[in-house]
Design a protein. Structure first.
Length: 647
């Protein structure tokens, strides 16, 4: 029996409800839901969901980030302009039904530093309005918008503050790619307190303080391979390792919302696992797990920690949100984020490890089509899509992934690989990626494809490579450095020239340029530029012999449109076919569901043409999007006709 196609709208359209949060006093429930087709923040009394109402009025991009303050009637959300990542912070007054722009500055990026119950009427916000490279800290009044300078930033990479909004530490990036940690001396100055080398930079960071502000919590990889959860008494007590996992870095922690006592700490190699420090919390989470499929995630809590909002998150179905009363041990269902997915033929994700050619173990995730049934291997090799995550200093993890479900439903095996340079697996694995763009990092992907072929999972003549950001770069590398391995590639906002990438990063990345120089290559020296050129797909554009599809946001502040423009121009100059989709109202990825759906419709038709999988017609999925096809519309079946219907 043929598995029905799952409509793209169910996978990539707006969720019915998502991002559920409870107010600190427990009076209100909030969530994201469509209002006139656009995601906005809705609020309801905690005991009356039927009374929910939208309290924001975005009509274009949709709200994606919001949080409660401690006033009892204010929440704050962030929004940028067409993907430029110059976030503004807006305060919603529930009593007055008003929205106030707290940071009304063009071309300025707001970064929320802290929200404290000890100062409920204000939040701490970093703004780079004085110098675009550095964020000064301001205390911003939620009711009036009045701001007061707390700390001028004269070259720091960031600050760590306590609940009193006192700046306790400043981070100073070093030319060697590490950082110095400076502590406030109480007299308006910072003095050196600790150093972190390049090898530990991404595995060591300050998390926060206990209620008294005398104990510091931090992730720390110094002196070990994986990052441990550490506590130390200030200013110079001995560090105490509370938890470490020799196989993975600390990935998460639960601290009491008010006392800041450590309740549980998690690490994540193949799956997330918790170590408990509070018996009551352990009993609650085990009780919740008995009623859940998949992982249990506590996503929001009241200030007294008696009411939790919990997500039951499987890998093969939608997220279920419940409210949990800890005293009564009562679980009250709230809603499902995408109820239309229930009962559909969604697939389990297989966590596994693949050996790279030099012996490194690559944590990976495999999803197979429904036709394979309960087996963990197909009867005959399948077309496969190799997904490459962005970053590259990030990771893929177990859980529900719409791209896995979509592609598997279309008949593809889907393989997602944590190549060297990915985070979460210790510093030796992370630092093995230094200087290895288009080299050992790419070898890992090739080794994963060879593994899939050897296991009888993938047909070697029908493997695609696809990813966004660094994953888009990896796609271009795949088609230029190993041009015969992949049948086609899908590059989403990927850089084509590392030199121009590093020369055009946002100004507020300036404190971290030394990290790029050490981990990627030095674009400021002749030798470094020659090296980076040799690792840039643009230098090898004429080697491309397989079909390429590119998606780009015109307002991307990280990977500028020029990165896609220049490789398309190089290919056209050599008469190499390419399809180029540009979105003038998007940035680093596609936030508007209309744009996301339209690009995925193009991707689906493109993959079907070159891998032979199934496809839902493009139809009217481009209508309402801002899609502009700058090249190669005739190379994707149905695209030219769809553009005509788009008008």
């Amino acid at each position: 029996m043929t598995t029905p196609l799952i409509d793209r709208d169910l996978l990539f359209g707006n969720p019915e409800r998502a991002h559920v949060r409870i107010s600190p006093d427990g009076r209100w429930l909030s969530f994201l839901a469509p209002d006139e087709g656009v995601l906005n923040v809705w609020v309801a009394p905690a005991d009356d969901l039927e009374a929910a109402r939208p309290v924001t009025r975005d009509r274009k991009r949709g709200v994606r980030v919001f949080f409660w303050t401690y006033t009892g009637n204010h929440l704050v959300y962030l929004q940028d302009k067409e993907g430029d990542e110059n976030w503004r912070a807006y305060a919603v007054d529930l009593d007055a039904d008003e929205v106030r722009d707290l940071t009304p500055f063009e071309g300025v990026r707001a970064e929320v530093q802290a929200v404290s119950h000890r100062h409920p009427d204000a939040i701490l916000v970093g703004l780079n309005d004085r110098d675009p490279r550095y964020h000064d800290l301001h205390r911003v009044d939620l009711k009036t918008g009045e701001r007061t300078l707390v700390q001028q930033n004269d070259g720091y990479g960031g600050f760590v503050v306590d609940d009193e909004y006192r700046v306790r530490f400043a981070i100073v990036p070093t030319d060697a790619g590490g950082k110095e940690i400076h502590i406030a001396d109480g007299e308006g100055r910072f003095v050196e307190w600790g150093t972190v080398g390049l090898e530990d930079d991404l595995g060591t960071n300050l998390i926060g303080f206990d209620q008294a502000g005398t104990t510091l919590y931090l992730r720390d990889s110094r002196g070990r391979d994986t990052a441990a959860f550490v506590a130390m008494t200030l200013p110079d007590g001995d560090p105490e390792i509370l938890y470490e996992d020799p196989a993975a870095d600390v990935a998460d922690a639960m601290l009491h919302p008010e006392t800041r006592a450590v309740q549980a700490v998690a690490s994540n190699r193949l799956r997330k696992r918790w170590q408990y420090f509070d018996d009551a919390v352990a009993a609650d989470l085990e009780h919740l797990q008995d009623h859940a499929r998949g992982d249990v995630e506590v996503v929001s809590r009241t200030r007294d920690d008696q009411t939790w909002i919990v997500a039951f998150a499987p890998d093969d179905g939608p997220i279920r949100y419940v409210r949990y009363d800890r005293a009564a041990r009562a679980i009250t269902p709230l809603f499902v984020n995408r109820p239309a997915l229930e009962g559909l033929p969604l697939r389990r994700m297989q966590p596994l490890e693949i050996a790279a050619r030099d012996g490194l173990s690559l944590v990976s995730y495999l999803t197979l089509p429904p036709e394979v049934g309960p087996r963990d291997r197909p009867e005959a090799p399948l077309p496969m899509v190799l997904l490459v995550h962005g970053g590259p200093w990030a990771r893929s993890a177990w859980g529900y992934q719409p791209y896995h479900q979509w592609l598997a439903n279309r008949g593809y095996a889907v393989l997602d690989v944590n190549f060297r340079g990915s985070t979460g697996f210790g510093k030796a694995f992370l630092n093995a990626g230094n200087g290895a763009w288009a080299a050992a990092m790419h070898d890992d992907l090739i080794d994963a494809v060879a593994w899939a072929v050897g296991e009888g999972i993938a047909d070697p003549s029908r493997v695609a490579i696809m990813g966004g950001s660094y994953g888009g770069y990896a796609t271009l590398v795949g088609l230029t450095f190993t041009p015969e391995v992949f049948a086609c590639g899908v590059d989403i906002v990927g850089p084509s020239n590392i030199i121009t990438l590093l020369e055009s990063v946002p100004p507020y990345w300036a404190p971290f340029i030394a990290v790029f120089k050490r981990r990627v290559g030095d674009h400021t020296t002749e030798e470094g530029r020659a090296f980076l050129s040799s690792r840039s797909p643009l230098s090898r554009a004429d080697a491309i012999v397989r079909p390429l599809l590119i998606g780009q946001g015109a307002n991307d502040p990280r990977v500028k449109q020029a990165e896609s423009d220049q490789i398309v121009a190089a290919m056209e100059e050599k008469n190499i076919p390419v399809t180029y989709c540009l979105y003038p109202d998007e940035g680093h990825g596609f936030a508007r569901p209309e744009n996301n759906k339209s690009f995925n419709a193009v991707v689906e038709a493109f993959l079907a043409a070159h891998l032979g999988g199934r496809a839902q017609t493009i139809g009217d999925d481009v209508v309402g999007s801002s899609l502009e096809v700058k090249a190669g519309a005739d190379q994707v079946p149905g695209l030219a006709a769809a553009l005509t219907s788009q008008g």
